[in-house]
Write a protein that binds this ligand. Structure first.
Ligand code: MG
Length: 474
């Protein structure tokens, strides 16, 4: 192999399995993302480690299931909110810190959502620089507030209500707030500018760019030009903005002659919310927040010309947990053998030399183990939703029935026994609130004694956007 490859990881927010042309969407034209599929591998059984944001992102960065790093529960909340005392522990090793130690230049543009207190920010986790939002774009000053129904839904799901109202939405450069209540419509273009500058500045040097899109998370503020090309309202416009951003990056790599030694990966942090007429997880069942396939199986495209075969559909079981060891493998980095992680290198899988390194995958929803799958079958361990969730078994043949429509538990007692044994192993290590099991191999979440919010509302300050006018949250 030549010098270590540059790595670009594009992570969308709440983009569904069925939202891209190359994954079967007939609502969205995504030619530049589809180009990644044509020139690289399309992974069809690739999972986020959680159906919601913060646990998914923390797990992806560390290669560890959320409960292993204490990212299954945020003081009773399901994700991080402004000013919470907890975040990604400073001792954790991340994609960025590992690559930085090996000499990579590292940059994040976009959403972090792994803690907003100083010890938890990207610059403390291996990123040289950051331009972006510390959490979701619906956690600023916004019209509507949480309705009574939304508050009731949060309580019914067993979660504590977040601190309300939120302070002004901060935009950060490294550790400093550079704007409050930024114009969200222009954020994606600003992220692209920052990303291009970074790539150009480091074209002669291995680099890692983590591009964490704001889209397609609600509220959907999208540039006018993308509305004009959309057949699917603001949601389609946001997907088109992501496709445009992907195209700009790919063109720049080509212009700089960096195609051959740059790996480009494209994925999403969890499934689509699927408000009527918007996102799609087709052909999968379930939405963001659910451990049905639609909540956690996400699109993944990986392009590395001349290294990873082009135009290949790869259905081997894999997940975001695998990115850290895979990237370390490509860069020739040995990970700390004393730190347990759950991911495995996909290098041989992507080169079609080997089947999945995983026998099973665990679907954690917060601290509850709700399902386990192997290459063919998925055993669900719960039924119902919210507070009405109860332990119950159902088996789905994902190869024949990815939409989880037909329970075949009576036909495969051996498979059920095997998956129950695997579930028990996950519980022993990582814990499970459904069975009251305390995990023995968990590392603590980071915590500060006296948290402060990054911004506070000043009634006399002339904010450019005093309050986001779209009431949508999610
Ligand atoms: Mg998300």
């Amino acid at each position: 192999m030549n010098s270590p490859p540059n790595i670009i990881l594009i992570n969308c927010d709440d983009l569904g399995y069925g939202d891209l042309g190359c994954f079967g969407s007939d609502r969205h034209d995504t030619p530049r993302i589809d180009q990644l599929a044509a020139e690289g591998s399309r992974l069809t059984s690739f999972y986020a480690a959680s159906p919601v944001c913060s646990p998914s992102r923390g797990a992806m960065l560390t290669g560890s299931y959320p409960p292993r790093i204490g990212f299954d529960d945020f003081d009773g909340l399901h994700v991080l909110f402004p000013g919470l005392p907890v975040g990604l522990h400073p001792d954790e090793h991340t994609l960025a810190s590992v690559l930085k130690q090996a000499g990579y230049a590292t940059q994040i543009v976009g959403k972090w959502h792994c803690g907003d207190q100083p010890p938890f920010l990207p610059t403390r986790h291996g990123f040289d620089h950051w331009l972006g939002l510390p959490y979701s774009n619906d956690m600023g000053r916004q019209a509507g507030g949480l309705s009574d129904d939304e508050q009731a839904a949060i309580r019914a799901a067993g979660y504590t209500l977040p601190p309300l109202p939120y302070p002004p939405l901060p935009l950060l450069a490294d550790d400093a707030v550079i704007e409050a209540q930024p114009d969200q419509t222009m954020l994606t273009a600003r992220y692209v500018d920052e990303a291009l500058e970074f790539v150009r500045a480091h074209q002669d040097h291995p680099f890692f760019l983590y591009f964490a899109h704001m889209h397609v998370h609600l509220p959907l503020y999208v540039e006018q030009r993308f509305h004009q090309s959309s057949n699917n309202g603001p949601y389609g416009a946001a997907v088109h903005a992501i496709d445009w951003a992907t195209g700009v990056l790919l063109d720049e790599l080509s212009t700089l002659g960096l195609d051959a030694n740059t790996v480009v990966m494209f994925t999403s942090d969890n499934g689509a919310l699927c408000r009527p007429g918007e996102g799609s997880n087709a052909p999968l069942r379930g939405t963001k927040g659910s451990t049905h396939e639609g909540g956690m199986r996400v699109p993944m495209l990986i392009r590395w010309p001349e290294q990873i075969p082009a135009g290949v559909v790869n259905d081997e079981l894999s997940s975001m947990l695998d990115l850290l060891p895979t990237v370390a493998d490509w860069a020739g980095i040995e990970l700390d053998p004393h730190r347990t992680i759950d991911g495995r290198s996909l290098n041989a899988v992507l080169r079609q030399q080997q089947s999945s390194p995983h026998q099973t995958f665990a679907y954690y929803n917060g601290s509850a183990l709700e399902a386990v799958r192997n290459q063919q079958f998925k055993l669900r361990l719960v039924s119902g939703s919210g507070a009405a969730k109860v332990p119950a078994l159902a088996l789905y043949d994902l190869a024949a029935d990815p939409g989880e429509s037909t329970d075949v538990i009576a036909d495969h007692p051996d498979v059920v026994a095997g998956l129950l044994a695997a579930a028990d192993q996950y519980r022993q290590q990582l814990g499970d609130t459904l069975t009251g099991t305390v995990g023995t191999a968990r590392r603590p979440i980071g915590r500060v004694a006296e948290p402060v919010t990054l911004t506070s509302y000043q009634p006399d300050h002339p904010y450019v956007i005093a309050e986001y006018d779209l009431p949508d949250r999610g």
